[in-house]
Design a protein around this ligand. Structure first.
Ligand SMILES: Nc1nc2c(ncn2[C@@H]2O[C@H](COP(=O)(O)OP(=O)(O)OP(=O)(O)O)[C@@H](O)[C@H]2O)c(=O)[nH]1
Ligand SMILES: [Mg+2]
Length: 322
């Protein structure tokens, strides 16, 4: 990120036919343009900045004679999604957290324009040849990270049915498919509860064993759910290839390993794909896992819609109580 340099101040003297002694009339340089970040709730990824990584604002124009101030350089404003955390890439210093829609922060200030020679006249020097160069604009490498702000974060193995749930309870339309790692980017959905109440749910890519160490897509997305108020841990109890207890234990230890704060968050176990459940033993196993954790077992089917309304109301109550 490079802000524009300030324009130089001019050295110039008035030369007019009928004015005997022309005074200094060098104008000031224009200010360089600055770079701003602005948060926009309409955006949900930082992807555009993967492709274009460097930005610069316009420099200020030099001052001119007849006290003409140089034009200021145009500033550049880059839009970023809500929840973007902005750091200086070199020092790691936290520069801003974009938490409000429309929030604008300056990340590289343009250089001030230099003063023209008009400013340097004095009783003893009526013909100053001195002017200032423009200041150099700030240059900075930024580290942008998207931490989402959702009320409810979804965690679980790939294929657990996270995106399907989000698509059933909100207007969000994440991609859904019967292979793991369908979801590659977190996505937010707004879940209407009543006419005036709603909460925000966040779909993230599936987690696998070792996610907290970086396996799969896990680690960068665990950061996104770190700020949610509660988690739903989705367990596909219809899956014949995985025991519910494994699905529960593995994800739990990944959360614990990632951070104490994440592990300590209120977290419910939600059994998914109830319509496809063949083996009642899995249902009992899931209920036992819930009992051991003092949780009420929740069963849903995103396909038939069973349990979804109840789940939404319970989440709403929990969020109100938190
Ligand atoms: N029978 C049945 N299938 C479901 C249900 N919910 C999801 N599925 C299917 O399960 C598969 C995976 O669903 P997704 O919603 O993409 O799973 P995910 O957890 O988002 O998966 P990743 O994005 O890969 O982590 C898809 O083929 C869905 O159609 C359900 O309630 N019943
Ligand atoms: Mg998904």
């Amino acid at each position: 990120m490079e802000a524009g340099n300030g324009g130089a101040g001019a050295v110039s003297f008035r030369r007019e036919k009928f004015v005997e002694m022309g005074g200094p009339d060098g104008g000031d340089g224009g200010d360089g343009g600055s770079l701003y970040l602005k948060s926009a709730s309409s955006l949900n990824t930082l992807n555009p900045y993967r492709h274009q990584r460097s930005f610069s604002a316009q420099r200020g124009m030099n001052g001119e004679s007849a006290l003409c101030k140089g034009k200021n350089g145009r500033s550049v404003t880059l839009e970023v999604p809500l929840g973007t955390v902005v750091r200086d890439a070199n020092s790691g210093e936290l520069l801003a957290e974009m938490l409000e829609d429309g929030q604008r922060v300056c990340v590289a200030r343009g250089g001030r324009g230099g003063l023209g020679n008009n400013h340097f006249k004095s009783a003893t020097n009526r013909t100053p040849r001195k002017s200032q160069p423009g200041e150099t604009g700030e240059a900075r490498d930024l580290d942008l990270e998207l931490k989402m702000i959702a009320d409810v974060g979804l965690v679980g193995f790939p294929n657990a049915g996270k995106s399907t749930l989000v698509s059933r309870v909100s207007a969000a339309r994440p991609k859904i498919a019967d292979y793991p790692f369908t979801t590659l980017e977190p996505q937010l959905g707004v879940v209407p509860v009543t006419d005036i109440d709603s909460f925000v749910i966040s779909d993230i890519p599936g987690l696998i064993e070792g996610a907290a160490q970086g396996a799969g897509l896990g680690i960068q997305f665990l950061r996104h759910v770190e700020r949610t108020r509660m988690l739903l841990h989705l367990v596909d109890i219809s899956d014949p290839t995985q025991e519910p207890k494994d699905a529960v234990h593995i994800i739990e230890s990944e959360l614990a390993e990632f951070s104490d704060a994440l592990f300590a968050k209120p977290r419910w176990l939600v059994a998914t794909k109830l319509d496809a459940l063949q083996d009642d033993g899995r249902r009992e196993q899931f209920e036992k896992l819930c009992r051991e954790r003092g949780l009420t077992p929740v069963f849903i089917s995103a396909v038939t819609g069973e349990g979804l309304k109840q789940l939404i109301y319970s989440i709403h109550d929990e969020l109100s109580a938190l």
